[in-house]
Design a protein. Structure first.
Length: 219
């Protein structure tokens, strides 16, 4: 999309904003943000958290990165934007939910099976994907390497579970989860039809998100 197109889109946004959102934005500016959910998703341009969840500005605190990855906690470790976002979401915003959302046709998960360039100018890609190696190993053990499509789907889903495990290495996360003040959930978004699945830790499998809604309504 050309810059000129973006500018024109901005003009349309301002027109819509003045008609529908001006009071909401003024309230956000005056009172600040108070999101209840921290949403960690992939940077993939086809995955848009507010669109998927049909939420408004101020509803979600969002971190988007390649592969919806959560580096494990490191005591005195190097500065990482994702780690800082996790700490800010919990300590400063006091979110009540953290969702890790993976998706179909994920380029990051596909790259786990490819030979990445060795040039130093792109060295960060390979280093970043090391945090998803556990998902690759589990997928290979489960489905093998013959069915490439099934292997990629399994990797994408195992990667969501792997990053949930990484979240629990953060002291702030673990403490509040154990206290019942913070809830973690894994989602898997199908780009082709917009459907969602959630990870059910009881059966250790992904189920349609509608099942979760039915269970909550039944309680």
């Amino acid at each position: 999309m050309a810059v000129e197109t973006l500018v024109e889109s901005y003009r349309k946004f301002r027109e819509k904003c003045d008609k529908e959102y001006v009071q909401h934005f003024q309230k956000l500016a005056k009172e600040g943000q108070n999101p209840k959910t921290f949403f960690i998703s992939c940077s993939d341009s086809r995955v848009v958290p507010n669109l998927i969840t049909h939420t408004r500005p101020g509803d979600l605190f969002i971190d988007r990165n390649i592969g919806n990855i959560v580096p494990p906690f490191e005591e005195g470790g190097k500065c990482c934007a994702v780690s800082a976002s996790i700490e800010y979401a919990i300590f400063s915003l006091e979110v009540e939910n953290i969702i890790v959302c993976g998706h179909s046709h994920c380029g990051a998960c596909k790259a786990l099976y490819e030979d990445l360039p060795q040039e130093s100018s792109v060295a960060h890609i390979g280093r970043w994907l090391e945090y998803a190696q556990g998902a690759k190993e589990q997928a290979l053990a489960l489905v093998g390497s013959e069915d490439k499509k099934a292997l990629l789907v399994a990797t994408e889903k195992f990667n969501v579970v792997e990053q949930l495990k990484h979240l629990m290495t953060y002291p702030l996360v673990k403490e509040r989860v154990l206290e019942g003040r913070l809830f973690l959930q894994g989602w898997y978004y199908h780009i082709g039809d917009g459907s969602l699945e959630y990870f059910d830790p009881v059966i250790h499998a992904f189920r349609p998100i509608e099942r979760l809604m039915e269970e909550q309504n039944a309680e």
